[in-house]
Structures are given as structure tokens and as C-alpha cells.
Design a protein around this ligand. Structure first.
Ligand SMILES: Cc1ncc(COP(=O)(O)O)c(C=O)c1O
Length: 376
């Protein structure tokens, strides 16, 4: 009798082997992939493919000339890439706590962190569920701060019909292997402010005005500003183009699984006091993550072991940044951020990828709902 194999958190390798292409074809594919992304994002002034979301955020910090003396407000519950690019530029970091319904930064917390030195706010859309941009965008605009969107999870997500990545001065996407659309490592920088187009091109072209040269506007290119090698390498472009070509099927499969988890786990969640992701009206999410926020009386370690014993891989996600070893050194003592701490300690992610069969999903549900907590 065939036995069930383990259900992994992320997609396993496929049997198909993808071969590379020449650099001229890579140029063509780069243009195609960029056009597909621009279409999905409702035609921003520019979309540039980068080597990662982290590098897109580094480019953003450089282009906006974030420097020592500036303060940047970042989400306390997030990946370190929301903070590092601004810390590298010498800015001080303030950490804003998250909303227990979504894991997203709250506008109230951004207000608490604001000082006269604030230059920028970084928001992340956790699991691609939009943060409260309705209040954050006007707050940043009125205060003269740049809003930078970490939309690493957010491709195909939107709020009130506007795609994520289109609300800030700049937006950053990830195509890391764990994302809905992936090329191993990769990202994109979305430019929403036309005034920044030339500066972004210089930053991504290693500090040269090579783009102006390619357009024929200058006779030779030269060092024109600060920049680095943040563009996506040619070798990754065919992988990204291939994935983007399959996005309809990928998204349909992910949504089917997300919807089953949401409907089948509601009663269990209520009975155990577990929180499931909240998706507010007007928000379209990309089915990137399905998370459970276990109540404090349930030990996450016991839950993870229980699932592992049944061949189901579930995993924690980010820790609270101000509570991390390095974050604790950088954080203002006022940035306690208890909800980010709770998410760091009690959140687990369920397997979610197109390779999951109906049987796999059933097994995940059986494992989750079969968890009988021991009293602490
Ligand atoms: C919210 C968030 N931002 C940024 C990143 C960094 O993305 P990348 O690996 O493309 O640099 C990640 C990575 O998973 C992430 O989850």
C-alpha cells in the first residue's frame, strides 16, 4: 500500500529541467517580464527587475538619499530587510507595532514613533494582505515623509482596486523561492514618482548614466551618482518570465487551498482561541500565506511537533525585530511592540503551494484540528 509522504511547507522540486538562454534572449525576456509586471501593477511610471527585494529596498534608500540624522519608521514584525537598507545608510530606526488582525504596521503606531527627524515610513503587507494604506498614505503625504512599500508578499494583492506596490513613493517585490512567483532569488522595484526615474536608473546601473547613453541622450556614460549591482542577473530572468507566464494557474491553485483552510479551520480556531488572518473589505489578497496565531496557553513547539509527527511541516515566521539580538541594540526603549512579540512567539504558517494535492490539504487539516493541547 502506498504511504503518504511528508507535506512540505514549500513546493518540492519538479522533474522538469529548465535550461538557460543567451543574453540577447534574456534581454527580450527581461522586457517581457517587466511588461507583465507593469500590467499587473496597473502601469506605474517604471518597474525595474532587481536581484532581490532586499536590493530593491537598498536602491530605494539610496535613491531617497536616506542618511545619518534621519529616522525611518519600520514594522516591528517583519523580515530584517525592512530595516537593514536604512540602517546601512546611517539612519536611526524606530519600530512600530502591528495589528493583531493582520500582522501589519498600524498608523497609530507610526504616529507614536514620529519625530521631527522622521524621513520615511516602511510598510509591509503581511501575506500580501494590504496594511491600512487608507490612513497611512495621507499621514505620510501631509507630513512630507516618503512611504516605501515592502510588497515582498504582495504581488496580486490590492486595496480598493489599487495594486500593492502602488501606494508609496517606491515599492519592492520579492521573487525569492518562497514567494508565489519565484526565480530563486529576485525582486522588483516599482517607481511611482516620475521625478525619481533617472535617479533610479543611475542607482541600478552601478552609479552610471548608462540608461541615458542607451537612449542616445549622452555620447558616453560616466559615474553619475551612488549605485550598485542591484539589477536582476540575466540568468534568473528566464525563470521569472516562465513563472509569470503561469501565474493564472499558480494563483488559482493557491486560492483554492487558502479558501479551504479558511473555511475548514474557522470552528477549530474559535474553539481553541486561535486567530486566523483577517481580510478586510476592499482587500484582495494573493493567497501567499495561511497563518495561525496560537493563543499564549498553547505551546507552539508542541503544535509544530504534533504536526511533524504526522508528516506535516508547519513553521514559525519572523521574530519581533526590536527583540532580536541586533534589533535590541538599535531599538528605542519606547518601541516595546508587544503584538509583534506575540506574532514572533505564537504564529505558525501552514503548507501552501500549488503542488499540494487535495489529500495533502486534508492531512494538514486533520493534523491541525487533531491537536489537543496539554495544559501548561
Ligand atoms: C516581508 C519580506 N520583506 C523582504 C524580504 C526579503 O526578500 P528577498 O529575499 O527577495 O531579498 C522577505 C523575504 O522573505 C520578506 O518576507
Amino acid at each position: 500500500m502506498a504511504t503518504d509522504s511528508d507535506v512540505r511547507l514549500h513546493a518540492p522540486p519538479s522533474e522538469e529541467i529548465t535550461v538557460g538562454c543567451d543574453t540577447a534572449t534574456a534581454d527580450l525576456l527581461r522586457e517581457k517580464a517587466t511588461d507583465v509586471l507593469a500590467g499587473l501593477l496597473d502601469g506605474p511610471p517604471a518597474v525595474e527587475l532587481t536581484s532581490s527585494c532586499t536590493h530593491a529596498l537598498e536602491a530605494a534608500a539610496t535613491v531617497l538619499d536616506i542618511r545619518e540624522g534621519d529616522e525611518v519608521i519600520v514594522p516591528a514584525f517583519a523580515f530584517p530587510s525592512v530595516a537593514n537598507p536604512f540602517g546601512i545608510r546611517g539612519a536611526s530606526l524606530r519600530f512600530a507595532d502591528c495589528d493583531p488582525a493582520t500582522g501589519n504596521i498600524t498608523t497609530q503606531e507610526v504616529r507614536r514613533c514620529a519625530t521631527e527627524r522622521t524621513r520615511a515610513v516602511v510598510c509591509m503587507h503581511y501575506g500580501g494582505v494590504a496594511c491600512d494604506v487608507d490612513s497611512l498614505v495621507p499621514l505620510c503625504r501631509d507630513a512630507g515623509w516618503h512611504l516605501i512599500e515592502d510588497a515582498a508578499h504582495g504581488l496580486f494583492g490590492s486595496r480598493s482596486g489599487t495594486p500593492l506596490g502602488r501606494f508609496g513613493t517606491l515599492g519592492a517585490f520579492s521573487f525569492h523561492r518562497t514567494k508565489n512567483i519565484s526565480c530563486g532569488d529576485g525582486g522588483a522595484l516599482v517607481v511611482n514618482d516620475e521625478a525619481l526615474l533617472d535617479r533610479v536608473a543611475v542607482a541600478l546601473d552601478k552609479g552610471t548614466n548608462r540608461a541615458a547613453y542607451a537612449r542616445g541622450s549622452v555620447a558616453a556614460y560616466e559615474w553619475s551618482g551612488l549605485g550598485s549591482a542591484w539589477r536582476m542577473p540575466d540568468a534568473l530572468v528566464p525563470l521569472l518570465a516562465g513563472q509569470l507566464g503561469q501565474h493564472v494557474g499558480i494563483q488559482a491553485a493557491r486560492h483554492r487551498i487558502w479558501d479551504v483552510y479558511a473555511s475548514e479551520l474557522t470552528d477549530w480556531a474559535r474553539a481553541t482561541g486561535t486567530r486566523l488572518p483577517t481580510v478586510h473589505e476592499g482587500v484582495e489578497h494573493p493567497a501567499h500565506l495561511f497563518w495561525l496565531l496560537l493563543p499564549v496557553h498553547l505551546r507552539r513547539h508542541d503544535f509544530v511537533s504534533h504536526c511533524a509527527e504526522r508528516g506535516i511541516e508547519v513553521a514559525r515566521h519572523f521574530g519581533s525585530l526590536p527583540r532580536s539580538t541586533f534589533g535590541a541594540l538599535a531599538a528605542d526603549p519606547a518601541d516595546v511592540c508587544p503584538t509583534a512579540g506575540l506574532f514572533g512567539d505564537q504564529l505558525v504558517r501552514l503548507p501552501l503551494h500549488p503542488a499540494l494535492s487535495e489529500r495533502d490539504v486534508e492531512r494538514v487539516l486533520d493534523a491541525v484540528t487533531g491537536f489537543v493541547p496539554e495544559k501548561r
